[in-house]
Ligand binder design. Structure first.
Ligand code: NAD
Length: 366
């Protein structure tokens, strides 16, 4: 057993526990670092106690792989601690890689430790359901151009935030599901069109600000190359029934557990192709089994539905482990999502946000 690679999950909160479960299932030995850990964590499958430590430097023994799941604002500090301990460390970083103000320090670390190997999580790049959605489009509308791509990822984080879960006050709503939505857009748009969007200026964004949580809901629209329309919408305070902020196209789709609703839609001429990503709500209030996504093709001739079972996070973690433990060259860390979410958050400057918030969630549209 002891020759299995050993992975240290740093930051044992919601993301850290998920990484623990999936990495253990992928055959790695798991240990954890978290200064706030109370009690002994146990293996997700073995239920045996696992090693834990309050600091990276104190974790005994060799570590083959690191998985950084701390709050975003300390990602770069923790990466520095890991690389100081092991200049050749192999590291998975949760998204977003860091804050925009940390980018120079992150790049300096990568330059100072050229033998380090780093992968940033981007699980929706690994979602088979999105590839199948695009296959459906090609099958039914092979000769029609895509006219619009729409993505909406919402969840209600209010109870979690009140209970002490990490709050992204640097990016607000853009720091949680938005990087996932960018990954979805990058899967559904032609590569050059996506690059033109993500590296281009912000065209149109509206949102709601809260005096503590910063932006809690936002809707971005852009017209891209060849007139393709892109729309991204996210809320971290749920979409109350009748909410006027949620785009009309999201309304036919129900919210699932925790106020989650994760939608990706392609419009092609008269046809609509929609992926409802896990967790998918059922009309009786239940949900489809875990990791089951529903694809719907609304065609002039009728409607077709397909269910796909697939875990994007599991795919992404297993791919990252294989790449990091191998020695093929890795692509450079992609920091375009960090720049994009930072540019979007900058449109809701702190002073403006505070003035508009006027108390609770009734903050002004920007
Ligand atoms: N890929 C995904 O689907 C996904 C899902 C959730 C969160 N995330 C990302 O994961 C990160 C963590 O989010 P979360 O929701 O799990 O937060 P969380 O608040 O649930 O957990 C963060 C944990 O990190 C610990 N921590 C804080 N500072 C630390 C340090 N210096 N060293 C070690 N541990 C430290 C905290 O004690 C806490 O237990 C964020 O960057 C978030 O964007 C990604």
């Amino acid at each position: 057993m002891n020759d299995l690679p050993r992975v240290c999950v740093v930051g044992y909160g919601v993301a850290g526990r998920l990484h623990h479960r999936l990495l253990e299932a992928a055959g790695l030995r798991v240990c954890t670092v978290d200064p706030a850990l109370t009690g002994v964590p146990v293996g997700a499958h073995s239920r045996r106690a696992i090693e834990h430590s309050p600091a990276v430097r104190d974790m005994p023994g060799p570590v083959n792989l690191w998985s950084l799941c701390t709050p975003t604002q300390v990602h770069t500090d923790v990466l520095a601690e890991v690389l100081e301990r092991d200049p050749r460390a192999r590291v998975i970083m949760e998204k977003p890689a860091c804050r925009a103000q940390d980018v120079p320090r992150l790049l300096a670390l990568l330059e100072r430790y050229p033998e380090a190997r780093v992968v940033v999580m981007n699980q929706y790049r690994h979602a088979h359901a999105l590839r199948l959605l695009d296959d459906l489009r090609r099958q039914h509308m092979p000769d029609q151009p895509v006219t619009a791509v729409r993505v909406a990822f919402s969840k209600d984080r209010r109870a979690d935030m009140a209970a002490g879960r990490f709050i992204d006050r640097d990016h607000g709503v853009f720091g949680y599901e938005w990087p996932h939505m960018l990954a979805v857009a990058s899967r559904l748009l032609p590569p050059d069109t996506y690059r033109g969007y993500v590296e281009g200026p912000v065209q149109d964004v509206h949102g709601v600000v809260h005096d503590d949580y910063f932006v809690t809901t936002a809707r971005e629209r852009a017209v891209l190359a060849d007139g393709v329309e892109l729309e991204l919408y996210s809320s971290v305070v749920g979409d109350p029934p009748g909410d006027t902020g949620a785009p009309d196209w999201t309304r036919p789709f129900r919210h699932s557990t925790g106020g989650r609703r994760r939608l990706a839609q392609i419009q092609t001429g008269p046809a609509l192709f929609t992926a409802e990503m896990d967790p998918v709500a059922l009309p009786d209030g239940g949900r489809l089994p875990a990791n089951t996504h529903r694809l719907t093709a609304q065609l002039p001739t009728g409607c077709q539905e397909v269910l796909v079972n697939d875990s994007p996070m599991d795919n992404a973690l297993r791919t990252a482990v294989a790449r990091l433990l191998g020695d093929l060259p890795l692509p450079p860390v992609d920091l375009t999502p960090v720049h994009r979410i930072s540019a979007l958050a900058a449109r809701f400057g702190r002073d403006r946000a505070t003035a508009a918030a006027a108390g609770q969630l009734s903050g002004g549209a920007v």
